[in-house]
Design a protein around this ligand. Structure first.
Ligand code: WTA
Length: 643
């Protein structure tokens, strides 16, 4: 086995040399990058800088007791993300004719290939359209126009925020599996609310007609029967047609913001995670290149949604920065049949495949038969992200999908860290082992003391890397409080971690009150807030319960207001409410009546106990802080067995 006792400062002499032949070239690169102090500079040399940096490659303070937390990368440099991922490749690398994306629609009949030069021309047209707008918000499914708009924003220096509403909206109805979803109507309703709540004025909505409908003279548009506001609504196709193909990129400062992505905060209010231009460029490109061992003839496919950080980093920016060919898939794994993923792998001869444990668990349910119909021999590397992968799912992924010959890279990371912090480079191991270049993890106990050897505790990072988040949008204090206050001097991930006797790291899950459902992180507070909006609910507490497919699911305890009755109709109403407020992913699997909730004397709900009730764990341990222990018995007697 590979020994990896000191991941912080990697000294080759602490490792068992047996492992070297397995890791070969990748391992040598790994060591080289960890040891060469000037390696950021080397990475940056691959890209175009309108003006070189005047400051060091990386400056930071990670200690709140010294002063404000900050991270800066290549201060003084000027560049443009879009130029680096498109113009540079088309003009300097001659990759214009190379396919950037194979778009595969919800229906297997809808597909197209987009080359780098076609992508550049669409992005420039779109950028010229957007230049006339104030702020841009994107609400699009996984269609090429989503990538065009993101890159167009990057080109003109507009900070893109996908799904958050501002002045421009870009929408359309779409099929998800069999279901026609009226995105325009959903967006119209959201805009109406914006107008009511804030004086936010959405001046223009660009509406994309789905690729599939362009050939059917808008048949489904009629089916949707969405009202058209001629003051605000404009067809995308019309504005794009008249838009020029040339668009000079805006040269931005290295530390200018690139995008904001909202992630759950433990208080329930989402945090706008802000990433900046240069650091994000260096990191997404580098991680993509090494984690997936990118080669020019690869066809890479990441099944994530672009609205998630995984899609931002590993469908849009990372692969493009490397001139990769990717599959952009609009549909779902089980439509029109449960072998859809495998069919697509065969169709495009996918070599690198990146998905989430929840998708693997879903497809495992259908056994190996759907896989046997397709030729998966093109596959070389499999990746997973989003939540801890259980051994059963790993085994199936490795054997049924990878036929035992493809390494599985398990990538642990966060919206905040934007990159793979840990990854498995060894094809025979199922857990995260090496920290990526520049990442210095350690494990702390409750008192902030570093733990050596075999240990379990809080996973923290000792120093930043270029692609780490810079702040919480408009709330730097929240950024410092959330990630740096608990253990001064460290970035606190919020995840637990175990180091085993061989020195391997295992991510054990969230240490705070977060839930991870099908790889989507959400806070209990968010769901509780939605439940308590119902007039019958006095109080709610939400915990996770293990779920075969989703990893974790939501188990909700609701205390009703006096005189309200706990009925089946109420349960259905509550589920609908959560769906509406947060999204289908947050739909509770269990809702239990809780005449009272277990609380400390200071009134804090003890979620630990609720979690144990949800899981039917009878040994509750220390209950001394509980105000009224009788509550627990009552909750146990009423717990839900089945959904
Ligand atoms: C969890 C997702 C174990 C973790 C890219 C983290 C994982 C949170 C893994 C971030 C993994 C993600 N193994 N846990 N490979 N990948 N997580 O911001 O709890 O949506 O803190 O980013 O997901 O979720 P986020």
């Amino acid at each position: 086995t590979l020994r990896f006792h000191r991941p912080v400062c990697i000294c080759p002499f602490t490792m068992c040399l047996q492992c070297l032949p397995i890791l070969s070239a990748v391992y040598n690169t790994y060591l080289k990058y960890h040891f060469v102090s000037a390696f950021w500079k080397e990475v940056a040399d691959d890209f175009f800088w309108k003006k070189p940096a005047t400051g060091p490659m990386l400056q930071y303070n990670f200690d709140v007791t010294i002063g404000n937390i900050y991270v800066k990368c290549m201060e003084g440099a000027k560049t443009n993300m879009c130029y680096n991922v498109l113009d540079r490749l088309v003009r300097e690398r001659n990759l214009g004719e190379k396919v950037a994306y194979y778009w595969e629609g919800n229906s297997p009949d809808h597909h197209m290939a987009i080359t780098y030069s076609q992508l550049l021309s669409q992005v420039c047209r779109c950028a010229n359209v957007l230049k006339k707008m104030d702020r841009v918000s994107i609400y699009l499914p996984m269609i090429p126009e989503l990538v065009y708009t993101m890159l167009a924003c990057a080109r003109i220096g507009a900070v893109h925020s996908i799904v958050v509403i501002h002045t421009v909206f870009i929408i359309y109805g779409v099929y998800r599996g069999e279901k026609l979803i009226n995105l325009k109507q959903i967006a119209d309703e959201a805009l109406e609310k914006c107008r009511e709540i804030a004086s936010s004025s959405v001046t223009k909505c660009l509406i994309v007609k789905h690729h599939a409908l362009r050939t059917k003279s808008g048949a489904a548009c009629n089916k949707l029967q969405t009202p058209w506001d001629s003051e605000c609504d404009v067809w995308w196709e019309e504005v794009m047609r008249d838009s020029p193909e040339e668009c000079e990129p805006e040269w931005l400062d290295a530390e200018d913001p690139l995008f904001i992505l909202y992630t759950s905060g433990s208080t329930g209010k989402p945090k706008g995670v802000l990433h900046t231009v240069a650091g994000y460029l260096l990191y997404t490109s580098l991680t993509f290149k090494y984690v997936f061992d990118h080669h020019h003839d690869d066809v890479y496919w990441c099944t994530a949604d672009i609205g998630w950080i995984t899609g931002h980093s590993y469908i849009t920016y990372g692969p493009l920065a490397n001139g990769a060919t990717s599959v952009l898939f609009e549909g779902i794994p089980v439509h029109p049949h449960v072998g859809r993923f495998w069919e697509i792998i065969e169709k495009y001869k996918v070599t690198k495949f990146y998905t989430a444990p929840t998708a693997i668990r879903l497809l495992m349910k259908y056994g190996r038969e759907p896989l046997q119909k397709y030729d998966l021999s093109s596959l070389r590397i499999l990746g997973t992200v989003g939540e801890p992968i259980n051994p059963e799912a790993w085994q199936w992924y490795h054997e049924a999908v990878g036929k035992g010959r493809c390494p599985v890279v398990d990538t642990f990371w966060q919206t905040e860290t934007v990159k793979h912090s840990y990854l498995t480079l060894n094809p025979h191991l199922i857990f995260q082992t090496f920290p990526f270049f520049g990442v210095e993890p350690t494990i702390l106990n409750e008192h902030g003391e570093e733990l050596e050897g075999e240990a379990e505790g809080y996973l923290v990072f000792r120093r930043p890397w270029p692609g780490i988040m810079r702040t919480v949008y408009r709330n730097h204090e929240r950024f410092e409080n959330s990630y740096f206050k608990k253990f001064p001097g460290f970035y606190v991930t919020g995840d637990g971690c175990r180091r085993d006797k061989d020195g391997y790291y295992w991510i054990t899950g969230r240490t705070d009150d977060m839930l991870n459902v099908s790889g989507h992180l959400m806070s209990t507070a968010e769901v509780e807030a939605a439940l308590t909006e119902h007039p019958a609910v006095a109080e709610a507490a939400v915990v996770s319960r293990p779920h075969k497919v989703k990893g974790e699911c939501l188990y909700c305890f609701v205390s009703l207001k006096d005189s309200r009755e706990f009925t089946h109709t109420l349960v259905e109403e509550l589920k609908r409410l959560v769906r509406e407020k947060i999204g289908p992913i947050a739909t509770p699997d269990f809702i239990q009546n809780a005449p009272a909730l277990p609380k400390t004397r200071s009134g804090k709900i003890m979620r630990r106990i609720l979690r144990q009730i949800a899981r039917n764990e009878k040994d509750l341990g220390d209950l001394s802080t509980l105000a009224d222990p009788k509550v627990v018995e009552e909750l146990f007697s009423q717990r839900c067995e089945a959904a």
